[in-house]
Write a protein that binds this ligand. Sequence first.
Ligand SMILES: C[S@@+](CC[C@H](N)C(=O)[O-])C[C@H]1O[C@@H](n2cnc3c(N)ncnc32)[C@H](O)[C@@H]1O
Length: 404
Amino acid sequence: MKKKTRIIEKKVLKNYLTHSPSKLGIENISFRKKYFKSRERLFFDCLKLPKKMFYKTDLLDFGCGTGEHDVCYAKWGANLTLIDMNSVSTSQVKKYFKFFKLNKNLKKIITNSIFKFKSKKKFDIVISDGVLHHTEDPKRGFDIMLSHLKPGGYCILEVAFDTSHFQRSLHRFILDYLTNGDLKKIEIYANKLFFETINRAHRFGGRSKKQIIYDFYTNPKHKGINLSDLLSWFKKHNLKHYSSYPSIEPEGFINNLNAETFAESLNKNKLISLFQSMHFIVASQDYSKNFSNYLSEAKKTSSSWKTFLKKTKLDDYEFKNKVNLDLTTKLFNQFTKNSLNLLQKRNNHFEMKIKKFNEEFLQLIKALKTKNLGLIRNKILKFSYLFKGYNGVPSNYIVGYKEK
Ligand SMILES: C[S@@+](CC[C@H](N)C(=O)[O-])C[C@H]1O[C@@H](n2cnc3c(N)ncnc32)[C@H](O)[C@@H]1O
């Protein structure tokens, strides 16, 4: 292991020993129910990995933390090999497995660096959730993990993309600029400037505010990974994009059934994912809220399409109709006009968001120059997009299938 990797690892561990980044209260039944449900939704619905796929499989979790996720995988029937460098976390894992009577599924638990992981065993599924971006050398970590994946197996990753986590990196940049890396001050300033983000993560993720601050802000390492680079790592290991959430597939990806699949296109040109990456930078609210901005145009477009088909009978064309070319033209023009309005409204909205985001970024830099905390805080409070809602995408999951 390289010296810098070792140094960072020690610093990250020291930070996590103060406040665990992953411990959740799954001993509590009502929390547990919700938590397991959300994990099921992520894996079964969003990532299209059915429960059955985990049954009796050998699964390796690289950086398992306190093991809440592993309890789910064990409940779905997986046999687990777990590794984490934090002994407090691995002790917690053992407690959970005893508590949930899942010891038979826990094949091995190792307290060590992922960079020192060695095993003759190959796994059906390898998972690393929220770990690689907290290391100095994510690619090396990925290489080690992938060298233990069987052909025909799946790699499930959660990493911070440099786009998705841009706003969080900017938080760290601001905190460092204002505090010169003083950890005590970082905690105070983070609570003052980024309380909206912290409260939101606390509300939705179930972690305490301290845990969030120690994971996001005092953590010595938070490396944004470039999606194109990650896709090259995939290619090197013969991994095909299987699924992702949020999806990296651009809207409107349509190919002939005999032409390339999305994964094949992506393998040839990684930049296809750039459109989604642009959304990842500025993401702030649920899609349904964005959609409500152009719902009336969507309704008009949908209804003019139906009218066009009905009046021209093109929805179910049978012969011996009185074809009316003028009416057909008029109705198709109406539909096109409505479609263009809809697209324009949607594109304008996204374009406006990017422009506004840029304006707010410039205002932020100006405020930072004053080093006046009150002024910076007031400025941030007035923003509409920057540091609002999601603050980019909090978690990107991407799954690869290793071809046989
Ligand atoms: C944010 S937590 C995520 C834990 C767990 N995967 C989860 O999703 O709940 C990051 C974990 O990575 C572990 N970690 C970070 N760098 C590591 C390394 N080099 N070797 C082993 N574990 C590491 C930390 O100890 C910590 O438990």
